[in-house]
Structure formats: structure tokens, C-alpha cells
Write a protein that binds this ligand. Sequence first.
Ligand SMILES: C/C(=C\CNc1ncnc2c1ncn2[C@@H]1O[C@H](COP(=O)(O)O)[C@@H](O)[C@H]1O)CO
Length: 177
Amino acid sequence: MRVCVFGSSSLNLDAVYVDAAFELGRTLAKHGHGMVFGGYDVGLMGAVAHGVAAEGGNVIGVVTEGLNQKGRDIFPCEELICESDLATRKTRMIELADAFVTMPGGLGTFDEFFVVVSQVKAGELDAKSAILNVGGYFDPMVEMLDRACETGLNSTDWRRDCEVFNAPEPLVEWLEG
Ligand SMILES: C/C(=C\CNc1ncnc2c1ncn2[C@@H]1O[C@H](COP(=O)(O)O)[C@@H](O)[C@H]1O)CO
């Protein structure tokens, strides 16, 4: 399986997030899965790629022309794809993946997570999505999503193909199930 991982591009992150990202990468590779991600060697994005590489796993990176021009470090991926912009890059990452994992992050990470679950909701995508809820980071978002369903404002059960995990091992086992 090829798993797409979303996560923060920020620098100077707390070690609890970085360690969890590295461990996720190691777990994916130990289970024989490859990874597709945003391609840059920064933040949780980079940490998860280092984890995959540490176990000899395969990494595909999808970068953009605009971010390359900002001089961001690119992870040494087995395959590197360059797209024109963030939207095209996101589409490409989704096309390349069999399943999705969202790690803690900011606006870019939220955007990627919601695009995937919205496509599943609309029936455009048939894929599992897992949230790695490091340190309870996603608790408010999970609460909001549950509330959206309880009130009927969201017309489907967001948990249908989406689950929340505190550790990488059960997460990867769920993706495989
Ligand atoms: C100028 C800054 C960041 C540049 N933007 C991005 N760099 C790398 N990856 C990005 C960027 N914007 C969106 N992405 C994707 O979303 C996730 C990271 O975004 P976040 O906002 O940091 O959570 C990641 O999965 C990327 O695929 C500021 O330094």
C-alpha cells in the first residue's frame, strides 16, 4: 500500500510531534508500505520521511515550483514530482495514494485532510483516512466534526472511513484491515 501523509511544515516543533512522526514513518516501512508526501525536509513532513527511510522504505515526494523557489530543503526521495502549485500537488498526492494519514499541523494540513474526507463524502474517493492524534492535538477538531454530525449540519458520518489513533501501530493495522 502507498500511504499519503500530511503534517506540519513548521520548524522548531516540540519533540513529542517530531518523534511521533518519525515513528509513524518507521511503522509504515516496517509494514512494507511506501509513502507519498509533500517532499520537503522540514517539520513533521520531513520527520516522517526520515522514519520511512530509516527502515528502507520507499518515499515519493511531490513538491511545487513556488516552494522550490523559496529555497526549501527537499527530502532525498526515491521519486520526486514537481507540480506548478499547491492545488495541483494535492490532487497528484491523492491520485498516488491508497490511504491517508493526517498528523498535527496548520492550515495546509487541515486543508489536505478536509479535501480527502470531503472527496470520500462525495463518493469521489474510496480510501481510508487516519488521524494520528499526538498529545490530543486534534481533540477540538474531532469534537467539532462530531457536533457537525449530531446537529445534522453534516449529512454523513465523518467517521465512516476515518478513524482517530494515539499511536502508529494500531493506525497502520487499521489501514490494512
Ligand atoms: C512559507 C511557509 C510554508 C510554505 N508552505 C508549505 N510548505 C510545505 N508544505 C506545505 C505548505 N503549504 C501546504 N503544504 C502542505 O500542507 C502540509 C503542511 O502545511 P502546514 O500549514 O505547515 O500544516 C503538508 O502536508 C504539505 O503537503 C512557512 O514556512
